[in-house]
Design a protein around this ligand. Structure first.
Ligand code: SF4
Length: 68
């Protein structure tokens, strides 16, 4: 058994097809046309799907004032 990790995957977002959700084998993917998946639906041509923008963390104001 082996495993593989794509170097273009960053937190589920593809860096090769910029801003798309990682869907191995989709159009523009490193694996497109190179591999055959066990699940037949994965072998069909698929369009990239835009990933949701990352949620921004709200910066809360400090609870007390600093002396400087
Ligand atoms: S879509 Fe393909 S190239 Fe992009 S991160 Fe996923 S496996 Fe890698």
């Amino acid at each position: 058994m082996s495993s593989w990790s794509c170097p273009h995957d960053l937190d589920g977002v593809c860096q090769r097809v910029r801003g798309a959700v990682c869907e191995p084998g989709m159009r523009g993917c490193e694996l497109e046309g190179k591999v055959r998946f066990a699940r037949e639906t994965m072998n069909q041509p698929r369009k990239p799907v835009r990933a949701a923008p990352p949620a921004r963390k709200a910066t809360a104001a400090p609870k007390r004032k600093l002396p400087f």
